[in-house]
Design a protein around this ligand. Structure first.
Ligand code: MSP
Length: 510
């Protein structure tokens, strides 16, 4: 029976253009999706865009467009970026699609019919020029935090979701499932939040129009988070159980940033409980990127545009850097110096050199032909054991979404590979015809270890892995079977590799 794996990214607002923060979540999801495919799972990898709500309506007004025109324009930027970054999503959902709108209306109507949604009054502070409701704590001196003008207390009719009813059930679920919310520090924050008490949640608005109408009361549009969160099931065909929904739900991992954890770990599970649906297996909140030590923001003009980085360094270097530099779950800092340093030291030096020197040597000593290995010495055996242990370690790390630990485990074997060549000194053996078989064995071990390394790296750096494997005459897509030692056949022709990553002069930016 084939196993299934369902992974999601948040759906991105179309009032902003993509930056490295968005790319980060999407790349993490892509690595997991690729790795799970390699392990033989049937994977559904979902991403998309969040296109309703007041923010998008406002941005469209400011740009002199309709919200849908704005969305159509921005969605292309996201899709083009994902293509450029080799993101292998299965489906891209837009909340303005009929399939989504139908699913959301259905979910709302179902929860309404069973009595967990009721009509009430929402009272808060309203800024008329901005057409925005604010809570008292958001106000600055009772003035609008956006425009600094006076606000007034207003009542708005609103539908409410009986979130309070699910407080104990949610707490019990979180406590019974230690892996449900990760990392642990975030889980503790959510437990504390839920224990403080859940209030019923306003889930409709009458103050703007750009959204999905409440079924049966078109004066209201459905609150953007109720709309957006449902994407994770509407994309699977909800409410139709027969196809992907029956097959892939509950989701294996929702990957999100820490700022939107409460929506995913409190609101979403309680909506699902009300609808009688199983809860996500895992919600993982990653940290935030600052840029050269500062918060990334439009006003500081320091938003890191991924296209520029990809054009300069290549998609794989960006993919590698983002997942290697910072442990998933912690905050991190993006800097050009750190990026260039990682490219030079990890990719050009450690990884690239190993491939270059080993493929050059086998060409020099054996015309590029893989020899049948002789008996393995203690040194060879240790190197083989290290390579095999890496496969197990990477699997365990990726199960925990510990991307940087997985890469670290791979790099330990790359360093061991360089050391293995240094210590066994093939150039010395080559001078002695009696050592011919020994030399062939060393070449074999070096290339075989790298073949396995590139199978694992295929999830992180797909283009680089394909290229490197092609030097080893390995043109089949990487599979789980390929992770086993011994796949490299005697007689295989190895091509002398070109440098995978050219060195970048440190200190230069442009
Ligand atoms: N539309 C909502 C999500 C709805 S999901 C049902 C949304 N969109 S967003 O475009 O504002 O943000 C999407 C993701 O980008 C979030 O996970 C957020 O954490 C992430 N990031 C935005 N800026 C970021 C950084 N500077 N660093 C890391 N991630 C960041 O929220």
């Amino acid at each position: 029976m084939s196993r299934t794996f369902y992974v999601t990214t948040p759906i991105y607002y179309v009032n902003d253009v993509p930056h490295i923060g968005h790319a980060y979540t999407t790349l993490a999801a892509d690595v997991i999706a690729r790795y799970k495919r390699l392990k033989g799972n049937e994977v559904f990898f979902l991403t998309g865009t969040d296109e309703h709500g007041q923010k998008v309506e406002k941005a469209a007004n400011a740009a002199g467009e309709t919200p849908l025109e704005l969305a159509d324009r921005v969605v292309k930027r996201f899709q083009a970026l994902w293509e450029k970054l080799d993101v292998s999503y299965t489906d891209f959902i837009r909340t303005t699609q009929e399939r989504h709108k139908n699913g959301v209306s259905h979910l709302f109507a179902q929860v309404l019919a069973q009595g967990d949604i009721y009509l009430g009054e929402y009272e808060d502070w309203y800024c008329t020029p901005c057409e925005t409701f604010w809570t008292e704590t958001q106000l600055i001196d009772y003035k609008c935090p956006d425009c600094n003008r006076p606000t007034e207390k207003l009542k708005e009719e609103s539908y409410f979701f009986r979130m309070s009813k699910y407080q104990e059930q949610l707490l019990a679920h979180i406590e019974a499932n230690p892996d449900f919310i990760q990392p642990k520090s975030k889980r503790n924050e959510i437990i504390a939040f839920v224990k403080e008490g859940l209030r019923d949640l306003s889930i409709s608005r009458t103050s703007f129009k750009w959204g999905i109408p409440v079924p049966g009361n078109e004066r209201h549009v459905i609150y953007v988070w109720f709309d957006a969160l449902a994407n994770y099931i509407t994309a699977l065909g909800y409410p139709d159980q027969s196809g992907n929904f029956g097959k892939f739900w509950p989701v294996d991992a929702h990957l999100i940033g820490k700022d939107i954890l409460r929506f995913h770990a409190v609101y979403w599970p309680t909506f699902l409980m009300a609808a009688g649906l199983p809860l996500p297996r895992k919600v993982f909140a990653h940290g935030w990127w600052t840029v050269e030590g500062q918060k990334m923001s439009k006003s500081l003009q320091n938003v890191v545009e991924p296209n520029m980085l990809i054009d300069k360094y290549g998609a794989d270097a960006v993919r590698y850097f983002l997942l290697r530099e910072v442990p998933f779950g912690l905050d991190g800092d993006f800097s050009h110096t750190a990026l260039v340093h990682r490219i030079n030291s990890d990719l050009a030096n450690d990884l690239g050199n190993l491939l270059n020197r080993s493929t050059a040597m086998i060409n020099k000593y054996f015309d590029g032909i893989v020899q049948t290995p002789g008996p393995l010495s203690a040194l060879d055996q240790a190197y083989r054991a290290k390579t095999e242990a890496m496969v197990t370690q990477v699997d365990a790390h990726l199960d925990e979404l510990a991307f940087s630990k997985a890469l670290q485990a791979i790099w330990e074997v790359i360093s061991a590979g360089n050391k293995y060549i240094d210590e066994s000194a093939p150039w010395a053996l080559a001078k002695d015809p009696a050592q011919h078989e020994r030399l062939g064995t060393i070449m074999y071990c070096s290339l075989e270890s790298q073949r396995i390394i590139y199978h694992l790296l295929a999830a992180f750096m797909p283009k680089t892995a394909t290229k490197a494997l092609s030097y080893l005459s390995w043109d089949a897509p990487p599979t789980e079977a390929g992770l086993k030692w011994g796949g490299l056949a005697t007689g295989t022709k190895i091509t002398k590799a070109e440098p995978l990553f050219p060195r970048i002069e440190e200190g230069t930016r442009d």
